[in-house]
Design a protein around this ligand. Structure first.
Ligand SMILES: [Mg+2]
Length: 254
């Protein structure tokens, strides 16, 4: 894929989608400590106004965690890699029918977790995470119970394995599906999508905007196999580019 290293000139007809960690803020050792500086919040708010509100954050974090970083700014957002999405009117959307099925899976796990000290069941709303960091000897038991929980949830769920954690989540949701869902609604509909991200999980977003004749911008050194068409060197370059938006496009008074 041909890559260009120049960030595109601003256009007020864009729908802008921005990843958070590694894109707007540098990745920290303690992700819970990340906060957006006032300058970044101002710049996002101004850019959002210039785009008539067509700016959304698209992150692997939960929406609650995104809000904590950018408070008091509250933007349209997709959290947990597209599992939850807050539209421009503030309504939060989850995959259809997920709630009962997560509840069935939770019911399957609760007894086991209560009977085994050291285990932690984290309810993310649209996903369930079983942490066994403090009880590593129970890894196989956790796998077995998570498989039962997956069965209880039914089809279209899958278990994702992390470091000392098993996570049950709905399948078929990613940053790309979240972006496409925004593009069905005002004020995003009818605009040219632009997505900026840095990570492997952002590739779904790059492919989604490419398929809509949009612009895909990847932060960091060029990577083989990336679907992104444009490279931004680092977080600072993205921030400079955001700041430039206010000089390049008319911003209505707030
Ligand atoms: Mg990122």
């Amino acid at each position: 894929m041909e890559m260009t290293a120049t960030l595109p000139a601003w256009d007020r007809r864009w729908a802008l989608f921005l990843d958070v960690d590694g894109t707007l803020v540098d990745i920290e050792r303690h992700p819970d400590e990340v906060r957006a500086e006032p300058e970044l919040r101002r710049s996002l708010a101004t850019t959002a106004r210039a785009l008539d509100g067509a700016l959304a954050l698209v992150s692997g974090r939960s929406i609650a965690s995104i809000d904590r970083i950018f408070a008091p700014l509250c933007l349209p957002a997709a959290g947990l890699h597209g599992l939850e999405r807050r539209d421009a009117d503030g309504r939060v959307h989850y995959p259809a029918g997920y709630a009962d099925r997560i509840a069935a899976a939770r019911a399957e796990l609760v007894g086991f977790v209560q009977s085994a000290p050291g285990l932690l069941l984290e309810d993310k709303g649209a996903a369930l995470a079983l942490h066994y960091r403090n009880a590593p000897a129970l890894a196989a038991e956790c796998e077995r119970h998570m498989a039962l929980a997956e069965q209880a949830a039914g089809t279209d769920f899958h278990v994702q394995r992390g470091k000392m954690v098993l996570e049950l989540k709905p399948s078929g949701q990613d940053k790309g599906t979240a972006i496409l869902a925004f593009l069905e609604e005002a004020p995003f509909a009818g605009r040219r999508p632009v997505f900026v991200g840095d990570d492997l999980t952002d590739e779904d977003g790059f492919r989604a905007v490419n398929a809509r004749a949009g612009l895909s911008i990847r932060v960091g050194p060029p990577r083989d196999g990336s679907a992104a068409h444009i490279v931004a060197t680092d977080v600072a370059a993205v921030r400079d580019w955001l700041n430039a938006s206010t000089e390049s496009i008319h911003v209505p008074a707030s």
